[in-house]
Design a protein around this ligand. Structure first.
Ligand SMILES: NC(=O)C1=CN([C@@H]2O[C@H](COP(=O)(O)OP(=O)(O)OC[C@H]3O[C@@H](n4cnc5c(N)ncnc54)[C@H](OP(=O)(O)O)[C@@H]3O)[C@@H](O)[C@H]2O)C=CC1
Ligand SMILES: O=C(O)[C@@H]1CCC=N1
Length: 268
């Protein structure tokens, strides 16, 4: 079973590394990249064979598409003649629907859509998979097995993929944004940047572990921090005054809408 990764940027490299660390022999993995210097770097780093897109598709049983949404149309047009019935094509491109992919391929190619996120780089990713019209249980399992080497995987109906993109696909960026804001606030209060960074990063890591390991609802965990008339209540009141909760709702709606718009495959 040969797997090919087409487009080895941020997400493609996370997947490639995860697949290899998950124990798949490097002889059963191919990569395709546009720039020769990037191809050489990947071979040196992972020992993986880097070939052209069409050759990768000819030789692979499963093909992972990890290029930008607007590169999907041209790439599918480039490789369609090399595709054959029985193959599995997995798209990780935000907004690109399984019907967009299926319409550009010969019949009999199974398509699965995935929304991953960047913690996949350290095996802590969250990915959601959805089947296209020709994809069966075996295709979903194959996609899930590949993604599981980079973290957790869940199944969602494809109509929810734009919401998934808004929540977990883009989600790490919102968390880093909050981290940046808290560090800046700590510096404003007189802490050194190094101390503020250490305090915030460990507070984030500890809180995330508490959420996951206890399985407690975030409201319960927040209430445990919030003493009556205390410091946390004073801070949370200011966040509510600032409309932070409503801003998150608006932000995720904007991400969902952008994901929907990307399905046209048009550049920005
Ligand atoms: N980054 C993220 O957090 C997430 C990204 N995604 C999705 O993953 C996909 C990739 O994103 P990301 O990894 O961030 O983007 P990158 O730009 O880092 O990676 C895309 C890679 O594809 C290469 N590429 C472009 N066109 C071709 C082609 N025709 N043939 C072969 N390789 C090609 C690019 O090469 P070059 O640089 O030379 O152009 C680049 O290395 C996107 O569709 C995105 O929506 C999904 C969830 C999260
Ligand atoms: O910002 C983006 O479009 C991609 C998809 C999800 C995360 N990054």
């Amino acid at each position: 079973m040969t797997v090919a990764v087409l487009g080895v940027g941020v997400m493609g490299e996370a997947l490639l590394a995860g697949i290899l660390q998950g124990g798949r022999p490097v002889a059963e993995v191919l990569a395709a990249e546009k720039r020769p210097e990037r191809a050489a770097e990947l071979t040196e780093r992972y020992g993986v064979e880097v070939v052209g897109n069409a050759e990768a598709v000819k030789r692979a049983d499963t093909v992972l598409f990890v290029v930008k949404p607007y590169d999907m149309g041209p790439l599918l047009d480039e490789v369609a003649a090399s595709a054959r019935p029985g193959q599995l094509f997995v798209s990780l491109a935000a907004g690109i629907t399984t019907s967009f992919v299926e319409a550009r391929l010969p019949g009999g190619v199974a398509v699965v859509r995935v929304m991953p996120n960047t913690p996949a780089l350290i095996g802590e990713g969250m990915a959601a998979v959805s089947p296209g019209s020709n994809a069966g249980e075996e295709h979903l399992r194959e996609a899930e097995d590949l993604l599981r080497s980079t973290g957790r995987v869940t199944r969602v109906p494809e109509k929810h993929q734009d919401a998934v993109t808004a929540v977990s696909g883009s989600g790490p960026a919102y968390v880093f944004y909050v981290v940046e804001a808290m560090i800046e606030a700590g510096v404003h209060l007189g802490l050194t940047r190094a101390t503020a960074t250490e305090l915030v990063v460990q507070t984030l890591a500890g809180s995330a572990a508490l959420l996951r390991d206890t399985g407690e609802h975030p409201t319960v965990l927040r209430e445990r921090v919030t003493s009556p008339g205390g410091t946390t209540a004073a801070a949370l009141r200011r966040l509510d005054d600032g409309g932070v909760r409503a801003a998150f709702l608006g932000a995720l709606e904007a991400a969902r809408d952008r994901s929907r718009a990307l399905s046209s495959g048009e550049p920005v």
